[in-house]
Design a protein around this ligand. Structure first.
Ligand SMILES: Nc1ncnc2c1ncn2[C@@H]1O[C@H](COP(=O)(O)OP(=O)(O)OP(=O)(O)O)[C@@H](O)[C@H]1O
Length: 661
């Protein structure tokens, strides 16, 4: 994955592809749907073929029934079955016209059925597949992408592809059938006059080519602006609370107006090109029609204009002009097809990008499965930096860390981190904000992979393990647990989908959540709102804990799992957690040091390095950073050395400047 450091054009950058993507997508997803496409294609040809009949019948009727200058002879119809009187011929013509109309209508229905089935099936498969691929993407991909833009790919761009399939492909086929079919008939009727009509074709082709060249980049820009607008809207709806509390409504209206204006400008730019193109096509087609009429009419009046030769009856002339109309005007529609094609192409490149974007956190084909997990965790000289994007570091004169995969990273967030947790032991991780604590545990569940060094579970490099086994073995309660829109019960059972109601309740009791859940309007069936907004932070944390208790993992990772609950509730949860963690390896991050006081080993992180380690007592004796942090939490601010404040202020400055970059 190549991502933009600013994150502004991430989808555009990550989804770049080579331009043939649209047809590859149709081929890949259309394979299981060939029957519908064939039905659509055959019926398109049949309806075009039937459409050729009326002009021919009309010309014949004029010459044979009205002017009586030539016999009424039809292909595949014997002369004996044709009436001899003019009235009989008129009725025969009427019957054949009605029959052609009915067959044409039937073919048209089947044609639409086939193409729409084809397009809808592809759209459905493509959307599900694109979502599946998106879901498999690394955590880092989502760090660099914006939700609104990704949603825009999954929705708008996939729809654009479907709409081209429904209208564009069938229209294109109709057009090819028409140009070939009618072209041949025109040439058979009167080759010279046909040449006059067809003189318009190369002119139309050049004109269309010019249009394509101009409009293509405009459509690509337009699709990007739609993505950006969606990203802005999605972001604002998600951040509505901050917008309100910061009274930033008019500021955000301004930003939405700006994004909408950028889309408007890009769209209008494309529209201007398009609306100039269509009348241009109509003028070329109209001139060609007028020229054909002029040559044909004078031919009927005065005989063939020099140097042409041959005959042209009034009936043949009418047939010819009707075919010319069928031939020329649809050619003008060709522009619409090209237009839709260009739009679909711009979309396909974004969809294709999602389908094909590379991942770094992948499972090896011969990944190891874990049947029994003892729970030993080892970090060996682990160094890691977040993806800084393509050109990151070039302009910012900081120390940048080059990953082994050649991608440039932001300054290493973890440096040479080594520690071990024996099965059943608890390791506490403490340190100032931004020191890398959460990053450390994210490497254990492979949300990211280290750039250097190894993370091991039971002696195996986690990169060698099956991802599903690894994630089943490790239970991870994050700092800001995410709840899905749904009921409390669904959220507790998320990931353990076969849990019974009793299991859910037991887990909730252990997480000190059962009582508050019972007091909710519908108990376990209460809807928690989007992202769990209807619950307090502490309630969300307890539901997330219950989810992990239910999962019953071998290794427990707690990233400030009780930071939002009050001291009393924390005491209840701690008692449960202590029992739960007693026989399983636990890595617990805590700001509140009392939470990890009893850990077998406490690691003190500062600037991505382990600066102190030991038990609570040992660290107090050491009288370093941990001891000072302990004094802070005990309220003994006056006992802190001046150097502590100086270092803390310097540290804050570094963290803030890192963030602003
Ligand atoms: N997804 C990310 N992309 C880029 N940088 C990140 C990302 N997540 C964290 N960082 C940076 O990595 C550093 C360590 O962050 P981390 O969340 O691991 O710290 P922490 O010690 O857990 O902090 P806190 O105590 O505030 O939770 C910080 O400088 C942070 O800005």
């Amino acid at each position: 994955m190549v991502a933009d450091v600013s994150g502004t054009d991430s989808v555009e950058t990550t989804l770049r592809s080579d331009g043939t993507s649209m047809w590859r997508l149709y081929a890949e997803y259309g394979r299981d749907n060939v029957a519908n496409a064939v039905l659509g294609a055959v019926m398109t040809l049949l309806s075009r073929f039937v459409g050729l009949a009326p002009p021919l019948l009309l010309g014949l009727a004029i010459d044979a029934a009205l002017l009586r200058t030539r016999p009424f002879s039809l292909p595949f119809v014997s002369e004996a079955s044709v009436p001899t009187t003019p009235a009989g011929l008129v009725w025969l013509t009427v019957s054949l016209l009605v029959a052609a109309t009915l067959v044409g209508a039937g073919a048209s229905w089947l044609q639409n059925y086939g193409w729409n089935q084809f397009a809808q099936n592809i759209q459905h498969a493509l959307r599900v597949d694109a979502y599946e691929r998106l879901q498999l993407q690394d955590r880092a991909f989502f760090d660099q992408s914006r939700t609104g833009e990704l949603l825009s790919v999954l929705n708008n761009d996939v729809n654009q592809l479907e709409s081209f399939l429904t209208d564009g492909v069938s229209s294109m086929l109709r057009l090819v059938a028409l140009v070939l079919g009618v072209g041949v008939v025109l040439a058979a009727l009167n080759v010279w006059l046909a040449l006059v009509t067809m003189a318009a074709v190369p002119v139309l082709a050049v004109f269309t080519l010019l249009f394509v060249r101009r409009v293509q980049p405009k459509y690509a820009r337009m699709r990007r602006r739609v993505g950006e607008l969606n990203a802005r809207l999605e972001n604002n709806v998600g951040g509505i609370e901050v917008i309100k509390t910061e009274h930033a409504e008019s500021y955000e209206v301004g930003r939405v107006r700006e994004a909408s204006r950028a889309y408007y400008d890009a769209n209008w730019d494309a529209i201007r090109t398009r609306i100039t193109f269509f009348p241009g096509l109509a003028v070329i087609s109209g001139l060609s029609f007028a020229a054909t009429f002029a040559v044909g009419a004078f031919w009927v009046l005065n005989g063939p204009p020099t140097p042409l030769s041959g005959t042209l009856s009034p009936g043949e002339f009418v047939t010819f002009m009707l075919y010319t109309q069928q031939f020329i005007w649809p050619l003008a529609q060709f522009g619409q097809i090209v237009n839709n094609y260009q739009r679909a192409k711009a979309s396909s490149e974004r969809v294709y990008g999602v389908l094909r974007s590379e991942r770094t956190v992948t499972e090896r084909p011969d990944a190891l499965t874990l049947s029994e997990v003892a729970g030993r965790v080892d970090y060996e000289d682990v160094t890691f930096g977040y993806d800084g994007g393509e050109d990151a570091g070039a302009d910012v004169g900081t120390e940048w860390h080059d990953a082994t995969d050649g991608r440039t990273r932001s300054p290493a967030v973890l440096r040479d981190v080594s520690f071990s947790a024996a099965p059943g032991h608890t390791v506490g991780v403490v340190g100032p904000t931004g020191s890398g604590k959460s990053t450390l545990v994210k490497l254990l569940v492979r949300l990211y992979d280290p750039d250097e060094g190894t993370v091991r579970l039971d002696g195996h490099d986690v990169r060698d393990l099956s991802l599903s086994d690894l994630r089943r073995a490790v239970g991870y309660v994050s700092q800001e647990p995410f709840l899905f829109y749904g009921t409390v019960r669904e959220n507790v059972a998320y990931g353990t989908f076969d849990a019974t109601d009793e299991d859910v309740e037991t887990a909730a009791r252990r997480a000190a959540a059962h009582e508050f859940i019972e007091n909710l309007p519908d108990g376990y069936d209460t809807l928690v709102g989007e992202r769990g907004v209807k619950l307090s932070g502490g309630q969300r944390q307890r539901i997330a804990l219950a989810r992990t208790f239910l999962k019953d993992p071998d290794v427990l990772v707690l990233d400030e799992a009780t930071s939002h609950v009050d001291t009393e509730t924390e005491a209840i949860i701690r008692r449960s957690l202590d029992r739960f963690a007693a026989d399983r390896t636990t890595v617990a991050i805590a700001h509140r040091l009392s939470t990890v006081k009893d850990a077998d080993e406490i690691l003190v992180l500062d600037g991505g390095r382990i600066v102190e380690r030991g038990t609570h007592e040992e660290l107090l004796v050491e009288d370093g950073l941990y001891a000072n942090l302990w004094r802070v939490q005990a309220g003994d601010i006056d006992d802190l050395p001046e150097s502590f404040f100086e270092e803390a202020i310097a540290r804050r400055a570094t963290v803030e400047s890192d963030r602003s970059e």
